[in-house]
Design a protein around this ligand. Structure first.
Ligand code: ADP
Ligand code: MG
Length: 573
């Protein structure tokens, strides 16, 4: 008699791929190697976009910002132990920044790892990942892949988003199941990031406080940008008439040129405001912890006289640094909708003395800045080079702007206006260097827009090899390196005369030559005219381009705007 027909089977590789596809994941950032090499090939063969990097940290940063831009978890795929550790930096970054990301890492056999018998790339990865992520899971059986992916997605995007670790030991991939039974274990996640409606009492408390304000201020953070309720936020700001201040990655939520934008009057509005409505912004170091001189504070522990209303999805955020008088816990879209309802019922615009004072301060500062920007010194300085970038972004408001460095970061943030939401992606909560090229790849992949990266020469070095990745995928990325020969600036010397100073690089380095090695366009720009035409050409051609913008090596200050964070050496007598 004939043997029964073999039933169709499915293996761990394909269950994983199908689970990802079922949940709308279309792009994977990673780096092949044991045990995931075949997985990367199969992902590509099954129609997912598999973007392969030169170092896992950059793939991870790409995944993290993919999460910020799309609200869908960015996936980073790494090999075991060393690859995993390289990816861990970005997992921690995602968690710190509240970006949804899943680091999926292959790992060695549990039996050997747990007995510490010395496996290839042996490491207890799950235990190591746990302190830097929101959740960590391991899947040992093919039949649990569906649950593993579902839990990872929910953990990454629900509530306060963050980084999730998913550990997949090598053996899992080759396990097989009967195909129909295997597929029946997969889960399409329903309502992964549920709305969280604020309580009526909390809304009333917040509205009362806002209505009682004489000098109200709205502070928009990257949580507000992430929430993708741009029109609602704009309406709330405009209908209340309250001046607002965008945090770095919230720039463009409303155009920076908006008449209510108080960016150019930051040091005036923070200490002066009496009621501050925080929307998706934490009172961490980036806001001087909500106290001290920045806030005009001289009370208990430097607390100021402001009252704070804080809209945040995390119920634990309030009171983290100073007293929050009206916490409004919920998702930003729901909270803003509730505030809007109240405002629509009755609202009086803030006192004219306040809004006039803010405008006067702001216009004065803008006029001063315009004078500085109009200068065209030789060699270029940050201001003259960034004046070009400012014009280019104004003419190309859909372009994604990646920004990292010290002075290159501070000056770009204050000089280059943004016009649309989620176009500016930068060093984030930690103020880290190294996100640049990974962010460029993800920005190009996730948005298909032109990407412009403004990089300090030091910052660029952390991810520079990914220029090859950008060229390989032929991405419309224009990298501008503000080259001042070093970290902060290029003028330090070794007092002993032996070595270059620790902050100084090869002088006159030609970063533009790097991209030429991979078929991209390199430009050496020493004048603003050269910089302008090179950027215009890059955007027109959409070719991978690297512009070495030569900046005066005496330009720039130690640590940019955060000099005060350097510990002081004991005073010499
Ligand atoms: P910034 O650095 O721009 O000030 P932060 O990262 O400090 O921004 O703050 C972002 C805040 O936004 C976090 O406290 C986070 O919990 C919150 N958040 C993120 N997404 C949402 C959302 N959808 N709804 C409400 N709050 C959110
Ligand atoms: Mg430099």
């Amino acid at each position: 008699s004939a043997a029964p027909a073999p039933s169709e089977t499915i293996d761990g590789f394909h269950l994983l791929i199908e689970a990802l596809k079922l949940n709308g994941i279309d792009t994977i950032y990673g780096l092949p190697g044991i045990p995931i090499t075949d997985l990367t090939r199969m992902l590509q063969a099954e129609g997912l976009r598999m973007l392969s990097f030169r170092h896992e940290q950059n793939a991870g940063y790409a995944a993290s910002i993919h999460g910020f831009i799309t609200q869908s978890p960015g996936i980073c795929l790494t090999v075991s132990a060393p690859g995993f550790l390289n990816g861990l930096n970005s997992l921690a970054h995602a968690t710190t920044n509240c970006f949804p990301m899943i680091l999926i890492s292959g790992s060695s056999e549990r039996e050997i790892v747990d007995l510490q018998q010395g496996d290839y790339e042996e490491m207890d990865q799950l235990a190591i990942a746990k302190p830097v992520c929101k959740a960590a899971y391991r899947v040992l059986h093919a039949e649990d892949i569906g649950v593993g992916i579902a839990r990872a997605i929910r953990a990454a995007v629900s509530g306060r988003p963050g980084g999730v670790y998913l550990d997949l030991p090598a053996k899992l991939f080759a396990q097989t199941m009967e195909a129909a039974a295997g597929r029946s274990t997969l889960i399409k996640v329903v309502d992964a990031a549920p709305a969280q409606i604020p309580g009526a009492d909390a809304v009333a408390r917040a509205v009362d406080m806002l209505k009682g304000a004489k000098k109200p201020l709205i502070l928009l953070g990257k949580g507000a940008a992430y929430a993708q309720c741009d029109a609602q936020i704009r309406k709330l700001v405009e209908s209340t008439g309250i001046p607002y201040l965008p945090m770095s990655m919230a720039k463009g939520l409303l155009p920076d040129t908006h008449e209510q934008c108080a960016s150019a009057a930051r040091s005036f509005v923070l200490p002066e405001a009496d009621v501050v409505l925080l929307i998706g912004a934490r009172l961490n170091w980036l806001l001087s912890h909500g106290k001290g001189k920045t806030w005009g504070g001289n009370g208990h522990k430097g607390w100021g006289k402001q009252k704070f209303i804080q809209v945040d999805i995390s119920p634990q955020e309030a009171d983290s640094n100073v007293k929050i008088d009206a916490p409004l816990v919920g998702d930003i879209a729901s909270c803003v909708a509730e505030l809007q309802k109240a405002v629509d019922k009755s609202w009086a615009k803030p006192p004219k003395e306040w809004t006039d004072a803010v405008s006067a301060k702001k216009n004065g500062n803008i006029a001063k800045m315009a004078e500085t920007l109009a200068k065209n010194p030789s060699p270029m300085n940050f201001h003259s080079a960034l004046n070009v970038v400012r014009d280019i972004i104004k003419a190309n408001p859909d372009a994604m702007l990646v920004n990292e460095g010290a002075n290159a970061l501070d000056f770009t943030r204050s000089i280059v206006d943004m016009y649309k939401p989620r176009k500016r992606i930068d060093v984030g909560t930690w103020g880290i260097m190294g996100v640049g090229m990974g962010y460029c790849v993800a920005a190009a992949a996730a948005t298909k827009q032109q990407v412009i990266a403004i990089e300090g020469d030091s910052a660029f070095g952390f991810s520079g090899m990914e220029v090859e990745t950008i060229c390989r995928y032929d991405m419309p990325v224009c990298i501008v390196i503000m080259n001042n020969n070093g970290v902060y600036k290029g003028t330090d010397v070794d007092p002993t005369g032996r070595d270059p100073a620790p902050t100084v690089f090869v002088k006159g380095a030609r970063y533009d030559k790097i991209i030429e090695a991979f078929g991209g366009v390199g430009v050496h720009a020493t004048t603003t005219a050269e910089l302008r035409s090179a950027m215009e050409q890059a955007i027109k051609s959409r070719k991978p381009t690297l512009i070495n913008a030569v900046i005066d090596e005496t330009a720039g200050t130690e640590s940019g705007r955060i000099t005060s964070l350097n510990p002081n050496a004991a005073k010499k007598k």
